[in-house]
Design a protein around this ligand. Structure first.
Ligand SMILES: NC(=O)c1ccc[n+]([C@@H]2O[C@H](COP(=O)([O-])OP(=O)(O)OC[C@H]3O[C@@H](n4cnc5c(N)ncnc54)[C@H](O)[C@@H]3O)[C@@H](O)[C@H]2O)c1
Length: 293
């Protein structure tokens, strides 16, 4: 069974490809940058393609029955905000190009990596999949638009939309956890903005598991929240980073930023019951594992 992974060179892509190859899948790993994919270059089951998802040639990679895991994106809020046209081009038009290629070449399914940023800031918590999708930033808007293109074509192309929570793990050196650990390793105090706001922090190893389940699930044409179903405050996350780093430094508190969700936590019962997704890692153990590796 072949899986075409877009955004292969990214944080989630590399972790997922390792797992796909371990489980005997054939993989086509596609990205505009491929330097992080060297570890797969000798593997006969992994074909590496340096290609833009907007390219007309994308469809030449697909054979009937292949599965596509679409991770490629402008994935940072700040980059999408700085260059909205590029974010629309990659996240929306790129996804549409993939959808059309999948339909034309009769791909078996498309698994799409979406985000909690598609939800309204005032969505009732814990957030269910049927909560209002009213993004309040450019990144979230482009991801919602991509979702809508996929859903619109659902009668021609089976899909699974995964709305990941706040993912952390080795290879993601940006975002709060990356920043805390980096400062701690440089013997600097980690800086916490606000502190009480919560998020649904999910370890990358659990996200990989969700990706694999989504590639095989019979429950297609669905969106699923992928998190732990547990809210953790950013202050606690910072404490866990200090503990895992065995540091004696204390966190430095700064005022909260306006764009943070005050409380963000998922209801993951749909993923539990239909995808059979069960997160194995809590935040403390995930951070400790990440630091240890
Ligand atoms: N990391 C998270 O916390 C998180 C949370 C929710 C959703 N997501 C989604 O998961 C997916 C993967 O995220 P990530 O953290 O691995 O991001 P990442 O930035 O590490 O990886 C994205 C990859 O896409 C590639 N890419 C960008 N434009 C491309 C193009 N035009 N053609 C081909 N490749 C292109 C980049 O080179 C990069 O390797 C993204 O779609 C993101 O929106 C991530």
């Amino acid at each position: 069974m072949k899986v075409i992974v877009t955004g292969a060179n990214g944080f989630i892509g590399i972790h997922t490809i390792r797992s796909l190859l371990e489980r005997g899948y054939k993989v086509t790993a596609l990205d505009i940058k491929i330097e992080g994919l060297k570890e797969f270059s000798g593997n006969k089951n992994c074909e590496i393609k340096e290609m833009d998802i907007i390219s007309e040639n994308f469809k030449s990679l697909i054979r009937m029955g292949d599965k596509v895991l679409h991770l490629a994106a402008i994935a940072k809020f700040s980059t999408a905000k700085a260059s909205p046209q590029r974010a629309v081009r990659v996240n929306v038009e790129g996804t549409l190009n993939i959808v059309q290629a999948c339909i034309e070449k009769k791909a078996e399914r498309l698994v799409y990596s979406s985000t909690g940023s598609v939800y309204s800031l005032t969505a009732p918590v814990p957030i269910r999949e049927d909560a209002p999708r009213e993004p309040t930033n450019i990144y979230g808007l482009t991801k919602k638009m991509a979702e809508d293109w996929i859903i619109l074509h659902g009668n021609q192309l089976p899909y699974v939309i995964l709305r990941y929570g706040y993912i952390f793990g080795k290879g993601k050196d940006w975002g709060a956890i990356g920043a805390f650990l980096r400062r701690l390793s440089n013997n600097q105090q980690p800086i916490v903005f606000g502190g009480n706001q919560t998020n649904d922090f999910v370890y990358v190893k659990d996200v990989v598991k969700a990706n694999l389940l989504a590639l095989e699930s019979t429950y297609t044409n669905q969106a699923y929240n992928i998190g732990t179903g547990r809210a953790t405050s950013i202050r606690d996350v910072c404490e866990y980073c200090i503990k895992a780093s065995k540091s004696s430094l204390k966190m430095k508190l700064e005022p909260a930023r306006v764009f943070d969700y005050p409380i963000f936590v998922y209801d993951i019962s749909k993923a539990r019951s239909l995808l059979r997704f069960e997160p194995e890692w809590n935040v403390l153990d995930g951070i400790a594992d990440m630091v240890k590796e």
